[in-house]
Design a binder for this molecule. Structure first.
Ligand code: ATP
Ligand code: MG
Length: 355
């Protein structure tokens, strides 16, 4: 078991002209499961490479427990990594699983026992004699994962391991990885750009910005209810949070065509300052006729999700909103909208949450 600490980690591939990741401070506790979530190019793979030792960070330090491993090569760290596309050798599944144990000083019988145990856990014990390179993609990835698990490593890094797996087999493999992490008490970091994968796998999720900064590290609940940055609000959710720009006025926020009156919340901003409000589509209240305290919006487009669920794309002058409703509406072009104060979060001009 290993606790991993990243301390002020930054990395540049071009001698400091641009930064793939910047100022990352993170602690991955021993034996827990984490997801690293962010859009393409935000530096997820860079971070994994730094953790496994394939890349030395331009700045900062990395610790395994209390040991500074920043200058350790991968073989001096107890880490295995599984890539997006399965890597298997042109040999039998069994020999693939035995390969990482080649230089491990234990009896052959014990190596075989380990390989068989892992194969059973992964459901590939019936394939042990088959040539690994002739298997389907999902089974190949199981072999890849098996090769990572067979070693007695403390840390397992998974870089989008599901993207080469057929969608109907992803759930099963993910469940298996969760079991493995519990049984074997390994620290696991799972990279993905898919929030559903992140929330089902990670006990805690690290959300990165497109430009390689860590925006938030927390449980899915924390990230969903209290996004630390407007990007997190927007990136998480089905669909993501509505972000509307406005200006602070006495007693509320001027959103352009209408004013939002705040009865409870006090903003740490001055009258006249720019503010952005964040409201989740599922928290918007909709009325089908004029209602006190509601604002009229035109329906631009109604997206039917089936099972009595819809996303209404709404517009009132320059204010665009998505509202998720659990009823079907048809043949209407207008609704009345209320943005409930208790669900609103506020971001400053820079996107940081202020209330
Ligand atoms: N070997 C490299 N040389 C130069 N730039 C690189 C190299 N590897 C990555 N980058 C750049 O660093 C940034 C982060 O890349 P990285 O591959 O870590 O992102 P990622 O989050 O894993 O993306 P994806 O989701 O597409 O896999 C990107 O701008 C990328 O172009
Ligand atoms: Mg990547």
């Amino acid at each position: 078991m290993t606790k991993i600490t990243l301390e002020n980690i930054s990395h540049s591939y071009d001698g400091g002209k641009t930064w793939a990741i910047s100022d990352i401070n993170l602690i991955f506790e021993s034996g827990r499961r984490y997801a690293l979530l962010g859009p393409s190019g935000c530096g997820k793979t860079t971070m994994l490479k730094i953790i496994c030792g394939a890349l030395r960070p331009t700045k900062g330090k990395i610790y395994f427990d209390d040991v500074d491993v920043t200058d350790y090569p991968p073989e001096k760290r107890s880490v295995a990594i599984v890539f997006q596309f399965p890597v298997v050798y042109r040999m039998s599944v069994l020999n693939n699983l035995l390969f990482p144990l080649m230089n491990v000083n234990i009896p052959k019988a014990e190596k075989l026992k380990k390989a068989r145990h892992i194969a059973e856990m992964l459901g590939i014990d019936n394939l042990l004699d088959r040539p690994a390179h002739r298997l389907g993609l999902a089974d190949k990835q199981r072999v890849s994962i098996g090769r990572a698990l067979v070693r007695d490593v403390d840390v397992i890094l998974l870089d989008e391991p599901m993207s080469s797996i057929e969608p109907d087999k992803r759930y099963e493999l993910k469940r298996l990885l969760i079991e493995v992490s519990k049984d074997m008490k390994r620290t696991m970091i799972f990279v993905t750009h898919d929030q559903t994968e992140a929330l089902t796998f990670g006990e805690k999720i690290a959300v990165m910005s497109p430009n390689g900064r860590l925006l938030q590290f927390g449980t899915f609940e924390e990230i969903y209810h209290s996004p630390a940055h407007e990007f997190v609000g927007f990136f998480i959710g089905f669909p993501g949070m509505n972000i509307i720009e406005g200006k602070v006025v006495e007693g509320g926020v001027d959103l352009g065509p209408f004013k939002l009156i705040l009865k409870e919340k006090k903003l740490p901003l001055r009258v006249g300052e720019e503010v952005k409000i964040g409201i989740r589509p599922e928290h918007i209240r909709i009325a089908l006729s004029q209602t006190e305290g509601y604002v009229p919006f035109d329906i631009v487009y109604a997206e039917d999700l089936g099972r009595r669920s819809m996303i209404l794309h709404l517009r009132n002058e320059e204010v665009l909103l998505k509202a998720r409703i659990s009823k079907e509406v048809s043949g209407i072009s207008k609704v009345w909208v209320k943005i409930p104060e208790e669900y609103i979060v506020f971001f400053d001009k820079s996107g940081r949450r202020v209330a």
